[in-house]
Write a protein that binds this ligand. Structure first.
Ligand SMILES: [Zn+2]
Length: 262
């Protein structure tokens, strides 16, 4: 009996030490990544009902949605965040974000960032690839939705890129969005998560305060605001037990394999 007591005391002590010394310092505020909110098939789609359920979960479980800017300012100042924060982002600027995501975000008062491909604004390529138009973007920018740049044509900035082309893709998108929304565009998102040391430097030189990747790059714990890792939310996250909970925990990226950025 005594031996069992000692065993369990040691077990609890080791688990406690594991948490405080190993796991806890690795906490990172989760940055959720969405693409389409709609009914088509495919891993980039979250059905509108499931998106609404996910937002409701965030609200009901007491998480606080902060802006990407609040997070980046905190990273720069070495701030330790309370463990209930979450950031919401959308890539590419699909028109369904206006139809299905915006009303839900507005209802809950959640801020979010949408990264737009400036040359694709207002265009439609079929297969659900319909993009927001400037009226919708301007309307949302007057609310809690901020807009970031995602190049002019979804240009991959990884591997060996031609510098003048990359420069035009980066600055061209920033300038085009700023001119329309009359607000500074302070954040960037690497298309397909691709970047290299040179293009990362170009993003800094362009005056962006930070940049999001996917799971590319090996800086795992978001201490570098120019290669922020994000967590892809999927349509099945509310049906698989603990899936969405794990993604919101702040420890999800530790166990996820990172990919080469180039
Ligand atoms: Zn994209």
């Amino acid at each position: 009996m005594k031996k069992i007591k000692i065993f369990f005391s040691l077990l609890i002590l080791s688990l406690g030490m594991f948490y405080f010394f190993w796991l806890s310092p690795k906490y990172t505020v989760p940055i959720l990544m969405y693409h389409n909110i709609g009914y088509e098939e495919g891993s980039f789609y979250v059905a509108p009902e499931n998106f609404a359920k996910q937002m409701e979960y965030i609200k009901n479980k007491g998480y606080e949605v902060i802006t990407l800017d609040e997070l980046v300012q905190g990273i720069k100042n070495n701030k330790s965040f309370k463990r209930n924060k979450v950031v919401i982002t959308f890539d590419d600027g699909y028109r369904d974000n206006f139809q299905y995501a915006y009303p839900v975000l507005k209802k809950f008062g959640f801020p979010a960032t949408i990264f737009i491909i400036s040359d694709f604004v207002g265009k439609s390529f079929g297969n659900g690839k319909e993009f927001l138009n400037w009226d919708q973007i301007i309307l949302m920018s007057k609310d809690d939705i901020s807009f970031g740049a995602h190049t002019k044509t979804h240009f991959n900035l990884g591997s060996r890129v031609d510098e003048p082309v990359a420069q035009e893709e980066i600055m061209g998108s920033k300038n085009a969005i700023e001119e329309k929304i009359k607000l500074p565009v302070e954040y960037f998102c690497y298309p397909s998560g691709g970047f290299n040391e040179k293009t990362k430097e170009m993003i800094k030189q362009a005056g962006f305060k930070g940049a999001c990747s996917t799971n590319r790059g090996f800086a795992k714990f978001n201490r570098d605001e120019y290669e922020l890792k994000r967590i892809k939310v999927t349509n099945s996250d509310m049906t698989k037990p603990f899936s969405f909970y794990a993604k919101l925990s702040g420890f999800y990226t530790i166990f996820k394999r990172n990919r080469d950025p180039y």
